[in-house]
Every structure is written in C-alpha cells, then in structure tokens.
Design a protein around this ligand. Structure first.
Ligand code: SF4
Length: 296
C-alpha cells in the first residue's frame, strides 16, 4: 500500500492515507501529551462505505471491504512511521479504534481476524469497535463471543438521534437495528462481558432538546450504557464551518445526563480544521474518488 501522511498544525494529530490501485483508506493517529501516556489510532475497515450516513465524507460510495492484513497494516505502518516502539508494553494507554471508515459488522470475517491478530500483537491495547448496528445476527453472536474471550474489546453504538424516524434519515442504511434493538443487544453484550457499551451521540443543534434527553434516558439505563457526546465535523473540506462546534451546547446536553447518574464524555477531536481529524471527515477519500472518476 502507498502511504501519505498529513500533519496537523496542532502537533498531536496525523492523518494517514493508504492507497492501492483499487482502494483507499484513512487512519488517524492522536497523541495525548506523549505517545507513552496515551496513543489512539482510528483505522478503517472498508474502502468507502455502503451505510451512507448523511454527515459522512464517503458520500454513500462503497469501494470494497478491506482484508484483515490491510486493517492490521494501518496500525503497524503508523507505529513504524512515528518510530513508536513497545507502546503496548511500556505505554500507559494504547487504543485502537475501528471507526475511521467502514462498518465493522458488515465486514466481520476480516475485522474479527484483525482483532484477534492485533490482540496477539498488542495484548494490552484497547480495541474499540464502533457500529451503527446492522442486522447481522451471525456477526453479533460472534462479536459477543469474541468480546468474552478478549476483555480488551469495547463497543460503541452510533445513534445520533433519539427517534428511529430521525435516525433513519441521518443513517439511511435500511437493514439496521432500531433504537430498542440496540438497547437489547447492548444489554446482552453488557451482561455477557460485564463491560459498559457506549452510545455515540453527535450533537447537531437539532437533536439536543429536553424531549431528546428524556427519550434517550427512558430507553437507555445508566446502569448499562455510557454516553459519548460529540461535535459534528464538516465532511466537506471547502465548507469547514458547516459542522456544529458549539461546545457549550454539547456540555449543557451532557450535564442533563450527568445529573441522572450517567457516565459521560465529550469528544472534540484535534485536527478537524486542517487534516480532517474528526468523524466522517474523509477528505482524502473524496479526492481519491473524484480523481478516479475523472481519469475514467
Ligand atoms: S460514518 Fe461510518 S458508518 Fe456512516 S457512512 Fe461514514 S464510514 Fe460508513
């Protein structure tokens, strides 16, 4: 795979773009103070994506599934490029997140194999799977089994809306679980593993009313679920201000949950202005797809 690196002016985030003749993938490296304090790598599981989230830079274009080797190579190439050695052994926290591009549960054979190999290579690394929850029961059974075997696996559901109708517009992929199904499978995963699944909720200025909070709290118990509240980054490099970045609004919504005993966190990624370090900001994928279209 060819590799290009783009450095954020903030100094702690790097975007890596991997290409072959028939694929493109992006991964993001985040350093928190020091690589040996905390290193996070977000990697891709697909080239393009068939899910078609409205806020996402893939623009509903699916190129192909990545192989297990291509997923693992993203992690290894980044560690090599930055001369990060033994981060899993001597670092405090090393997190590999399957959340850059692609839906892991729709490429489960390859992702499962990559998770197993990465766990063998980096036994202390946290392995976080982020999913919109497709209706793939075989993959869910296997994921639950694997999560029992590997206690480093974490699970996050991308929900983003408090009603199924609104979520269906934002995430148009049809064959997915509704919010009640997500609650039910989340409870199963929690009771089988003893770990808390996260709900990822990007706040866009229209989904943060008191009614939204009430609906979410009625459905998802704080005994089981934790929340991540995120800003919305613009998927379009030429319209960087089109996202929703009002952290005070995000914090105000988060506080409603904190007051009811939820474990919450806020995600506001560095690098979202100059290298597309945030969710769905797949600028280089868009460029690659455009160049391919014009060269045909
Ligand atoms: S946000 Fe993730 S699941 Fe949604 S279209 Fe983009 S890559 Fe696919």
């Amino acid at each position: 795979m060819d590799l290009k690196r783009f450095d954020s002016s903030e100094g702690n985030v790097w975007k890596y773009v991997f290409t072959k003749a028939d694929m493109v993938a992006e991964a993001v490296l985040y350093r928190y103070e020091d690589f040996y304090k905390r290193t996070v790598i977000c990697c891709s599981t697909m080239s393009g994506c068939p899910v078609g989230c409205k806020f996402c830079g893939t623009g509903n274009k699916f190129v192909r599934n990545l192989t297990s080797a291509e997923i693992i190579e993203q992690i290894q190439a980044i560690l090599r490029d930055q001369h990060i050695e033994n981060v899993d052994k001597i670092g405090k926290r090393f997190q590999i997140m399957f959340m850059s591009m692609g839906e892991p549960l729709l490429n489960w054979d390859q992702v499962e194999s990559a998770v197993n190999t990465l766990h063998d290579l980096y036994p202390n690394a946290e392995l976080l799977l982020s999913t919109i929850a497709p209706n793939n029961h075989d993959a869910w059974n296997r994921l639950i089994q694997l999560s029992k075997e590997i206690p480093k696996i974490g699970l996050q559901f991308s929900i983003h809306k408090s009603t199924d109708a609104a979520r269906d517009i934002l995430i148009p992929y049809k064959d997915k679980m509704n919010l009640k199904d997500i609650r039910d499978i989340g409870i199963v995963w929690w009771s089988e593993t003893g770990r808390h699944p996260y709900l990822n909720y990007c706040i866009d200025g229209t989904n943060n009313t008191d009614e939204d909070a009430d609906r979410l709290m009625a459905l998802f118990s704080p005994v089981v679920f934790n929340f991540t509240f995120s800003v919305v980054c613009s998927a379009n490099e030429s319209m960087k201000d089109a996202g929703f970045r009002e952290l005070d609004t995000v914090r105000a919504f988060e506080q409603k949950f904190g007051a009811h005993g939820y474990n919450t966190r806020i995600f506001n990624p560095d690098g979202q202005d100059d290298i597309g370090g945030g969710c769905g900001q797949l600028w280089y994928v868009q460029k690659w797809m455009k160049e391919r279209r014009t060269s045909k």
